[in-house]
Design a protein. Sequence first.
Length: 729
Amino acid sequence: MNENIIKNGSPLPLGASLCKDGVNFSIYSKDATKVVLYLFEKENSKTYYKSYELNPEENKTGDIWHIFVPELKAGSLYLYKVDGPYNPPKGLRFNFHKYLFDPYAKAFTQGSVFRSYNKQHKNGFSSNNGGELKDLSDFPKCVVVDDDFDWEGDKPLNYPLEETIIYETHLKGFTASPTSGVKKEIAGTYKAFPEKVEHLKKLGITSVELLPVFEFDENENPNSNPRTGNALINYWGYSTIGFFAPKTTYSADKKPGASVNEFKQMVKELHKAGIEVILDVVYNHTAEGNEHGYTFEFRGLQNDVYYSLPQNDAQYYMNYSGCGNSVNCNHPVTHNFILDSLRYWVLQMHVDGFRFDLASILTRNQNGSPISQEMPSLTEAISEDPILSKTKIIAEPWDCAGLYQLGGFPGGKNNRWSEWNGRFRDDIRRFIRGDENTSTAAATRVTGSSDCYNHDGRSPLASINFITAHDGFTLNDLVSYNYKHNEENGESNRDGSDDNLSYNHGFEGECTNPKIENLRLKKIKSFLLYLFTSQGVPMLLGGDEMRRTQKGNNNAYCQDNEISWIDWTLAEKNKDLVDFTARLIALRKAHPVFRRKTFFKDITDKNLAPEIAWYDINAKVPDWNKTNRFLAFKLFASSSTDSAADDNDFYIASNMDIYDLTISLPSLPEGKKWYLVEDTSIETSTYTSIDTCLDEGFAENPAEIKYEKLYAQKRYVLLANSTIILMSK
């Protein structure tokens, strides 16, 4: 074999690829005039030990630079420097003073870009135009990774959307608290996460949705906590540095590259427990910021390709993300980069799905204009990609520049995107808060948001229903605070939304008044009841089932502490609510009427079986113009989309007024009676606990849970601020 050809390397695959006799390095840069690869002995090395300048005549194919370095092994550390024209008005920002990451790097060493450059700033250097780092001891290095891993036959679970119950949580915050019971040395890591899997199984969760685990740098936040003086960080991680690399500091094993196998092991363990892994991904912007930001990756490789820049003055950045820059997602090179990243996480890391942060930016063309439904480019490619065909793809269908695409997120002819349904969140919040004239809107949300999704072959499963998410109040805080309390974020309480649709029920924050607490608990139960009985796909915010609180902070992005971590003592303190949540999920799983794959039909032919019926307090057809703070409907067994299912009829009614109501119940066929499934005004402890149900085998057949029989068959006293579910048998 010709040694010169081997050392020239191959343009594909991009990144650092471990081969039998060494490592192939490949990186894209169209306008570079010089590319140098640097190798490092240790993660804290102050400088490189070897460098290779790539010859454009031998080490370049098209716009890709490449070289094969013999005898390198997994764990080898590397960075690049790239030279070329520095012409910001034309969008070019090459700077040979800057060490650059490989965009395809599969792991990074510990360290901090921002700490490194901040130290440099103290010596008077600029982060953009000069100031070469002389000491690289704290600067992260890229790691060569061996993809080999014993998956033991594991593959993505790919549950159908109608069977999916999503639990959104933070990878670190799930086990970081000392109350989690995991060993201190692994708390908050990939290794620790599966140790709490029994809680997820008890609830009936099918899928965890993890806040960003792609490599990011916590230290970009310049603020301090005004109360403690402690430095604040980027805890959530919506500021990606490495789109192929699991975050290193979330790994219990700190050796370079160990995070990859530890992440894989976590996925394998969760899959064994029957739980999918969905990743919250951020392809809309990067951590390099705007024209005053840092150069450590895309900016120094091909700024005008990777970022959206104004056509008339490309020294600035289009900022649809609210974070300084926007990724130029529909440039062919960037388009392919994003697809490569997604495929890697499915093929090599076995993840089951992705939730795309500010996904509307993915639908903007290279000029920043929205792309029409007929020409969605990247989002259609993701929808149609053969590797991703069974992977869940969920859009946050808006961006920070006003592009709001709820119900119309463009995904091409065979659009299989689901969307975070912000209208479900808002309309159900208003109704349960007791706002006037919100019953009609709530009815639309409960039945799958047909106004948003009943077009172009879409179904209720396009709607990801949620009441709360990481961004905003927790469910406990939603019923405990009128106002946000973000003072500890170091931004004088200016950050976070002021439009929370919350209500404190008479006292701001924690209180011991039993009347207020009982009312809050009833509201929490009603929120959960609608979340799990509405058509669409439910998403529960981690900790809401045990009344996790953030003390009124509705933007805890910078709080890596007890404010954000799950306090596991609450699982026992609020065990009744945990059991209540588990029973609702079991009910949903047992009865197809709650998880239809099609919208309810508007049946006017009396000879056809009805699917849903609406009622007023007298069990008559409601006058929607007069219906206020009351909602009642009956789901018929025939409304199940599973023709083989022998289902039950269900009646759900809510009274969100301050006065009790005596309501009439719908009639039933001969021989059928109503049984009480849930009444949010009754203490949960009066029911058979979910533990007993599990012990008696009801996990396999939740429909066999023995519900309390109603003896008064025609009337029911529905207490104020309460919701009931009845089942016919």
